[in-house]
Design a protein around this ligand. Structure first.
Ligand SMILES: [Zn+2]
Length: 669
């Protein structure tokens, strides 16, 4: 297990580094990440490179048996570079060039930025290629994380966008046809006429907007490749990764992850999900999305270890919560945990973004908690590296779908990620292990597939889904599926286009509900418990063309019309949910689909408020029980288990008590 922190020795006097290394070693650390924001410390002026301070920090830590991952420092170019070459800075939607002073403010298409990036990365790679204490590289920092999803509207982006379009469509005639530019007289007669989607009082063509998002995503992927190519050539034996951002969707993470050895991500449960929105489920979903990027276990490169904040301070992790988040990550496939960060900075934008230590540098409650985790992991890490996860249920997603919904949410209340999460949450509550994978993944190994809102459809996707169901799989598709082709154009066929054969239905009309409006429905299928409830956001009015009705509306002018259906197709079946029902109704449909698919939950009992995650290794099942609540909970056990953290045995029918924020890892063979 790689266990450590993100370390900024450049923020502290050199005399302190020895003590830092000592305290890290006492906490069981074996790895740090350094230098990802240290460009000016490494290149003081153009071509004036100096690595001596970093060499020294690496050496001090190495003597404590702590290895280093180096970040390439390109997220924060120095002031001298921005002053002499303002063209490296991004231009915003209003056409204003971003000021120097933040981070990740550079345009991925700026040729100047690329040239200087090549130089610093090459110099670093040459300097550290034979240093055995440097084991790998993190490229840049959190691509797409800062400022309007990393979008840029500069001249170089405009030029490259037109080239990107030319490569894709070959001829203007084709582009005009695929985008439907006849609308509002937007037909282009020269490539140079095509605009970047800058600020408008109305709205741009949705096809242009979607291609622009793809182009910007590809620009970051190409910028990352520039660095990967250098590092692979000069340092072929060191790993290369990047720190992703969970549910952020600025970049096609599947494509960004593809050339990396493995992915890492930055996990801040108390940052975005605080108050009523604090959601352990979203953290779990983030872990599963991250594991799905390469269908491979991952690291957490930045794990929250204190209150976060730039201008204001977010809530402090409760006692036990850093440990809980650590085991939650491991339970979902993390094989490296680095806490952000070692010691809270005295200065700069992130003065309130706490590390394990506060500015005063003495051991904190949080340090003691991390040390305890270090001691535990030292003992049990071999059991927890290389965990595998049951491949029975998968949820499908793609960044193209997410961008299309960013451009047109369809209904002000509709949020793709919330919609996706609402189904994931039910599986999570039922202790059903789930993979979240790309629409291009091999889906044949799963029994149950949930594909929420497949707004964009292409032939490859439709064929895969048909093949999956034909061979006995159960597929669940939800409303706003099969609406558009991959260029964001609505099909000239009955909806859901291309999927209506598989689903055995036709959506003859739909009703987009206002935010105050609700509708009612009831489940009427003989195999499902009869249930009545509410639905909101969207109501498809469905005519069955071979499908059976599972649910009907009980209200509005479409009272008695079908809203949930099932269609037998080959050896499997495809369920369509044409509205957004209450969690109870969704749960009822999902439980039925799970039963039909003969999928077992990880743990049969229903420990409310306890997340149960199953990982497997060498014929052993490891069940992680995570108490995210502030209360004690008891779980009745169904057989004999060995508990790893308490080092004890539990007998059948015994009660296991879990304290607030507590963790238990049960092993069954
Ligand atoms: Zn640009």
């Amino acid at each position: 297990m790689n266990f450590g922190c993100d370390y900024y020795p450049e923020h502290w006097p050199e005399e302190r580094w020895e003590k830092d290394g000592q305290m890290m070693a006492e906490a069981g650390f074996n790895i740090v990440r350094m230098a990802e924001f240290a460009w000016v410390k490494l290149e003081r002026g153009k071509g004036q490179f100096n690595f001596s301070w970093l060499d020294k920090a690496i050496e001090i830590l190495a003597r404590k048996k702590i290895k280093t991952v180096l970040g390439t420092p390109t997220a924060t170019p120095p002031a001298w570079l921005a002053a002499s070459h303002p063209d490296i800075l991004r231009v915003n939607k209003e056409g204003i060039r971003t000021s120097f002073g933040g981070r990740r403010a550079c345009c991925p298409n700026s040729s100047t930025y690329r040239t200087y990036s090549e130089k610093i990365v090459s110099k670093m790679a040459e300097h550290y290629k034979d240093n055995e204490n440097v084991i790998g590289w993190q490229i840049d920092n959190e691509f797409g994380g800062d400022g309007e999803k990393g979008l840029c509207y500069c001249q170089e982006c405009a030029k490259n966008f037109r080239q990107w379009l030319q490569d894709k469509y070959k001829t203007l005639q084709k582009l005009n046809q695929e985008w439907g530019t006849v609308f509002w007289s937007q037909t282009y007669t020269e490539w140079e006429e095509i605009p970047l989607p800058r600020q408008l009082e109305t709205a741009h063509n949705p096809s242009l907007l979607l291609d622009y998002r793809r182009f910007i995503s590809d620009s970051y992927i190409s910028y990352q490749k520039l660095q990967i190519d250098i590092l692979r050539k000069i340092c072929p034996h060191k790993f290369i990764t990047h720190n992703f951002m969970g549910l952020f969707n600025a970049i096609d993470y599947y494509k960004l992850a593809q050339p990396l050895d493995f992915i890492t991500w930055d996990n801040y449960p108390n940052l975005r999900f605080t108050g009523e929105n604090k959601s352990p489920v979203k953290v779990s979903l983030s872990h599963d999305v991250m594991r799905g990027l390469k269908e491979k276990n991952f690291w957490v490169m930045e794990q929250q270890s204190g209150p976060t904040g730039w201008q204001c301070v977010d809530p402090n992790p409760y006692p036990g919560e850093i440990r809980l988040w650590t085991y939650q990550a491991i339970a979902h496939g993390a094989e490296g945990i680095l806490y952000f960060r070692w010691r809270t900075s005295r200065f700069g934008t992130e003065q309130f973004w706490a590390g394990i230590l506060d500015q005063c540098g003495i051991a904190t409650r949080r340090y003691e908690e991390v040390k305890k985790i270090g001691q535990e992991l030292m003992r049990i890490k071999d059991k927890l590296i290389g965990l595998e996860f049951p491949k029975e249920v998968a949820m499908l997603t793609s960044y193209d779908e997410q961008w299309a919904f960013d451009i047109q949410p369809n209904n002000p209340k509709f949020n793709y990620q919330e919609h996706f999460t609402s189904y994931y949450q039910i599986l999570n509550t039922l202790n059903i292990p789930v993979d979240v994978v790309s629409i291009q993944a091999d889906i044949s190994k799963y029994k149950l597939l949930i594909a929420p809102a497949l707004f964009l459809i292409n032939d490859g996707l439709v064929d895969n889904l048909k093949e999956f169901v034909k061979k006995g799989g159960i597929l669940i598709v939800t409303f706003r599926s099969g609406i558009k082709n991959w260029n964001n154009i609505v099909f000239d066929e009955p909806l859901p286009a291309k999927l209506n054969g598989l689903l055995g239905i036709e959506v003859v009309e739909y009703d987009s509900l206002s935010s105050m409006q609700k509708c009612k429905l009831k489940l009427i299928h003989p195999e499902i418990k009869p249930l009545q409830g509410e639905c909101d956001t969207w109501c498809d009015i469905i005519k069955c063309r071979g499908a059976e009705i599972i649910g009907r509306y009980t209200q509005s002018y479409y009272k008695d019309e079908a809203c949930v259906t099932i269609n037998r197709f080959g050896q499997g079946c495809a369920i369509y949910i044409g509205t957004n029902p209450s969690p109870e109704i969704k749960g009822s449909i999902l439980r039925w689909a799970i039963e039909k698919s003969r999928i077992k939950s990880s743990f049969q009992a229903d420990p409310a408020n306890i997340e149960v995650i199953l990982g497997r290794k060498e014929d052993k099942d490891y069940l992680f029980f995570l108490n995210h609540s502030d209360k004690y909970h008891q779980v009745k056990l169904d057989r004999i288990y060995q508990e790893l953290l308490e080092k004890r045995e539990y007998f059948k029918d015994s009660l296991m008590t879990i304290e607030p924020k507590g963790v238990r890892i049960l092993c069954r063979t």
